[in-house]
Design a protein around this ligand. Structure first.
Ligand SMILES: [Fe+2]
Ligand SMILES: [Fe+2]
Length: 363
């Protein structure tokens, strides 16, 4: 690494910021921008080392990528332009440093495209050039930023419900961002590490908020869910997810006593609009084992479990065209309530289903 070139770049950056009347009047912006420029330089260095790029040039590009913040950006257009503007400010300085013109162009191109992917001069879009924007994006997901974002959104002043909503939509957004394309594998690795940290943080926050207003249900031991022919082997349990209107649930394999799996079933504890349409119980029997009333038998075992949860009744629904399923409901002692319309916001609607037969089972 050419420490002399880098040291001179640091001086140039600091002097440019220090001479700026705009930054003089906005000292928080000046401090932030300088610190951010250093961080982007460090991230660019890590990527350059992993990818075999010129490390000094990567650091220099990182340091100078936002140098146009020395000028006031009054409009969004100005802001969109700050990559190209930064390149224009950087170019004479880089030439003066004696950097070969090929490298000057490459550094300037990377700086120019880092905001909106567009430069004002022709050059090749190399992985090196993309590293500037990648490092800039990666810096937006450093740990301190979690705190800043929460503070900026006045998280501490929100109601519990608002906090839950905010956290849920943040997780959704982060999960989408995680798969973004970047210029190099090294950048992508760094990016995903940072995003995973963020997602983990917000998942923990979500769990904490969920535990702030209700007691998670206790799942019972299920070893007794067996009769003379079948038993239910627990796959997993799942706590409620109020945002998706999911109730706590058990998921089982239906097995013959010898251990052979012949189907699956699940039980959702509690009632809401979603269970009225989707039912408290779902099940399926593998084709080879159909015609033995195994589904009805599995339902009876699930009723035992529902009673432990003090459920007074269960809903099971089925497709109006699915005669075997309707038969299962009747065999298991269900009372037909109605043919219900599936609301448009229900997942089943998206699958093309429009109505369900609703059965009620008193426990
Ligand atoms: Fe920028
Ligand atoms: Fe930046």
């Amino acid at each position: 690494m050419n420490t002399d070139l880098i040291a001179r770049t640091e001086v140039f950056l600091k002097e440019t910021f220090a001479a700026s009347t705009y930054l003089e009047a906005n000292s928080a912006q000046r401090d932030y921008r300088l610190e951010h420029s250093y961080r982007v330089a460090n991230i660019a260095k890590t990527i350059a080392e992993a990818e075999g790029f010129d490390v000094s040039y990567a650091v220099i590009a990182g340091l100078l990528h936002d140098i146009a913040y020395c000028e006031e950006m009054a409009t969004r257009e100005d802001w969109k332009n700050h990559g190209r503007r930064s390149a224009t400010i950087a170019r004479p300085f880089l030439e003066e440093l004696g950097i070969p013109s090929q490298a000057v162009n490459e550094i300037c191109y990377g700086i120019a495209i880092h905001v909106d992917d567009e430069a004002d001069f022709e050059w090749e879009r190399t992985p090196f050039a993309e590293t500037v924007g990648d490092a800039d994006n990666i810096d937006r997901f450093d740990v301190y930023r979690i705190y800043e974002t929460l503070e900026y959104n006045k998280f501490s002043e929100m109601s519990l419900e608002n906090k839950k909503e905010t956290v849920a939509s943040t997780i959704e957004k982060l999960t989408r961002f995680r798969d973004m394309e970047l210029g190099t594998q090294a950048a992508k690795n760094l990016w995903q590490q940072r995003l995973d940290y963020y997602i983990d943080y917000y998942e923990r926050l979500r769990a904490q908020l969920d535990h702030s207003s209700s007691v998670p249900i206790l799942f019972y031991d299920t070893d007794d869910l067996r009769d003379q022919e079948i038993y239910l082997r627990l796959n997993r349990t799942c706590q409620a997810d109020p945002r998706r209107k999911w109730l706590p649930a058990y998921y089982f394999d239906i097995c013959l006593l010898g251990g052979e799996k012949i189907g699956y079933c699940d039980l959702r504890i509690g009632h809401n609009g979603k269970t009225y349409i989707g039912g408290n119980i779902g099940y399926g029997i593998d084709e080879a084992y159909r015609g033995n009333h195994y589904a009805a038998k599995a339902c009876r075992l699930l009723f035992k479990l529902a009673k432990k949860h003090r459920m007074e009744y269960l809903i099971i629904t089925c497709d109006p065209d699915n005669l075997p399923s309707a038969k299962t409901c009747e065999l298991a002692g269900g009372v037909f309530l109605e043919v219900a319309d599936i609301p448009e916001d229900n997942e089943m609607y998206a699958e093309g289903k429009r109505t369900v037969n609703v059965y009620r089972f008193d426990m």
